[in-house]
Write a protein that binds this ligand. Sequence first.
Ligand code: IPM
Ligand code: MG
Length: 361
Amino acid sequence: MDLRITCIPGDGIGPEIVAEAKKVLNKVAEVYGHQMQFTDILMGGASIDACGVPLTDEAIATAKAADAVLMGSIGGNTTTSPWYKLPPNLRPEAGLLKIRKALNLFANLRPAYLYQELSGACPLKEEISSKGFDMLIMRELTGGLYFGERKTVEENGVLKAIDTLTYDENEIRRIAIKGFEVAMKRRKKVTSVDKANVLDSSRLWRKVVEEVAKEYPEVTLEHMLVDNCAMQLVKDPAQFDVILTENMFGDILSDEASMVTGSIGMLSSASLNDTKFGLYEPSHGSAPDIAGMDIANPIATILSASMMLRYSFDMDKEADAIDAAVRQVLQDGFRTGDIMSEGCEKVGCKRMGDLIAERIQ
Ligand code: IPM
Ligand code: MG
């Protein structure tokens, strides 16, 4: 197959981890006889420095013309980087929000599971972590608070900031369908997370999710309030299969879920629209403090490349080969610093990429 992939190396550790993911993809192409064409675009701070804005229209056009987009990470140190002296709509994160909206990437899939080899890094008590867990957070990505109208006004000498949280039933329905579809391929359980005891948007969310659930009689649906869900994630993470939730709740809960896996450096994500097109990125940020030191963990980006093969190109065999190579490297005892434990061999970012690429078969 001929695959056209747009890459966004981005900022911080982004360029290093994307280079390792490309290395692994090239190995997959070689072993399985595919052609992969990579085109880089700028986004975030790198684009601000070169073009004055965090994402140009040309970059969006290049992304749209590809079959899929593979991203590293964007952004810098929010207290020291000059990017954060710019108005909010010109900062690195605005580029990410803009590309999600421009490509209509409304469904964000964030899997979180505990590798047996890394269970020592899990911050939970052993009686909880020994049960293991394997969940997928289905986060709505182009609506809600992050895309509502916002402004700061002064009223009678008092500053007032306003953010608006809006969802219409169509936005809820399409993400709910994605949630149930993915649950059908997993353990057939959906936990829909909302704040229906307070918010109207959550009450509509619950109503629409219940309607969609009728089309999936095999799937068990439960509703959970977001504050309770935050608690359950550390108390009994094994209870979750698919967590279906709105944009901000999903942002927060997915960081929490990733942390209980032991390292955010292991977690991939996919952002999808209604076609096969998607943007794939690690769940973690740009870690500017360790950028350029060849110590970042490239595994989350490599696993995001695997999700890309699976979801955008229907290449399950090739995706399985990447996932197996990652597991093999862990079994063979190689670790980057963030997941290092006694008795293992510590390796850098490039070496980790080499070791995974070598194990692709
Ligand atoms: C994420 C990030 C982004 C988000 C930021 C950088 C805008 O936290 O992908 O989770 O909140 O969506
Ligand atoms: Mg986040």
